[in-house]
Design a protein around this ligand. Structure first.
Ligand code: HEC
Ligand code: HEC
Length: 328
């Protein structure tokens, strides 16, 4: 079986690396609780704005849709049909009543958002395996009450093998576009949680960044309209990208394992192993945190164990910021 075979082959490398790093002192500062900015929870009194009936538009598209239409979970707004091959039915509409449209959350172009994951360009066998891990319960999340992963896990139980194969082939055929700009800064705009991700309040107020990644859509309304051409800004503390580059490429003398061994020289993925270049940094932190805390424990996750065991939250921020800053 090729996917397992490949994992086992890589596992061989992982064991060698783990053995060679034995004796390295363990690093204090295990992140205690899930960082709120990576697991954004809508406040209990959060109310999505009502549909006033107006027709929405996004740049360079002739389509017009209402807020109710872009919020329909069995519909994937397709603002730029020429950007990608025709959407398979499961991506465009899902299957009522249990399988929401993949493109509703992951977007027609597979770009996703900070509240879920980009799927464009992921290896098809990897996508299939993740669906199986969600379904079996091996892949969970550290804040199980968040609606997006809850819905993801729920629908994984109902999607058929054929639907999964079709969606996997579609997303894996796409090329992930660079849509995230990583900016190092001491101060960030004040944000609020809006639909399971952070949004810039645009009121000219700022605050210290502290040890956080503040990832926001550049144009909130374009993102709310689920346009795959939406761009994001990820603010990170000064020096973070270089710190991540060093940790990623050297392994930090046993603190972690060189990412390129498995994710490929430019971190764009290798065989069945997903790329991590140019992807949402808050998504990446969430995954590192979930691996470390054993809540993401699928078939391939064992390979990530030696990599994450000793990471502090600052290390995760640095690795995510660096990976995100690369060309996908
Ligand atoms: C309600 C929103 C929603 C819908 C609809 C949805 N997903 Fe997801 N999906 C998510 C979220 C949220 C995550 C990330 C979970 C996390 O952060 O740990 C995710 C993650 C994934 C991943 C893992 C990506 C990675 O890099 O490991 C795959 C694969 C995936 N989804 C496939 C699908 C497919 C196929 C469909 C359609 C059959 C689908 N999803 C529909 C919300 C959704
Ligand atoms: C020994 C091989 C190996 C090494 C070294 C490794 N990874 Fe991974 N990584 C994997 C595998 C395999 C997966 C898929 C895990 C799964 O299926 O659950 C993965 C998944 C991930 C994911 C989740 C991606 C997604 O789409 O959800 C992130 C983030 C990640 N790795 C980051 C890193 C970073 C950062 C480093 C270096 C510090 C690193 N990895 C080093 C094998 C490795």
């Amino acid at each position: 079986m090729t996917i397992i075979g490949n994992f086992v082959k890589v596992l061989g490398i992982a064991l060698i690396v783990a053995a060679s790093s034995q004796g390295a002192e363990s690093v204090a500062g295990d992140p205690q609780s899930p960082p709120y900015w990576a697991y954004a929870m809508n406040p209990p009194d959060f109310k999505a704005p009502a549909d006033d009936g107006s027709v929405r538009h996004v740049p360079e598209s002739t389509l017009g849709l209402t807020l109710t239409q872009v919020r329909d979970s069995f519909f994937s707004p397709d603002w730029h049909p020429n950007d990608h091959p025709p959407l398979p039915e499961i991506v465009a509409h899902g299957r009522k009543p249990d399988v929401l449209a993949c493109g509703f959350c992951h977007r027609a172009g597979g770009t996703g958002g900070p509240e879920n994951a980009s799927l464009a360009g992921l290896p098809a066998p990897y996508i299939v395996q993740q669906m199986a891990d969600f379904k079996s319960g091996a892949r969970k999340t550290s804040v199980p009450d968040r609606a997006p992963p809850k819905a993801m896990i729920a629908l994984s139980k109902f999607a058929t093998a054929e639907e999964i194969e079709t969606a996997a082939a579609y997303f894996s055929s796409l090329k992930l576009k660079p849509v995230i700009q990583v900016i190092e800064t001491n101060t960030v705009p004040k944000t609020r949680i809006f639909g399971w991700h952070l949004a810039d309040l645009k009121n000219n107020e700022s605050e210290p960044i502290s040890a956080r990644i503040i990832e926001v859509p550049q144009d909130l309304q374009q993102f709310v309209s689920r346009d795959s051409r939406s761009h994001f800004i990820a603010y990170v503390p000064p020096g973070t990208i270089e710190k991540g580059r060093i940790l990623s490429s050297t392994g930090g003398q046993g603190r972690t394992v060189q990412c390129m061994i498995c994710h490929g020289p430019d971190l764009k993925g290798l065989g069945p192993i997903p790329g991590i270049a140019g992807r949402s940094p808050t998504y990446l932190v969430r995954q590192l945190y979930d691996f470390q805390h054993g809540v993401r424990a699928g078939i391939g996750s064992a390979l990530m164990k030696p990599t994450v065991e000793k990471l502090t939250l600052d290390d995760m921020i640095a690795l995510a910021a660096y990976s995100s800053s690369l060309q996908p």
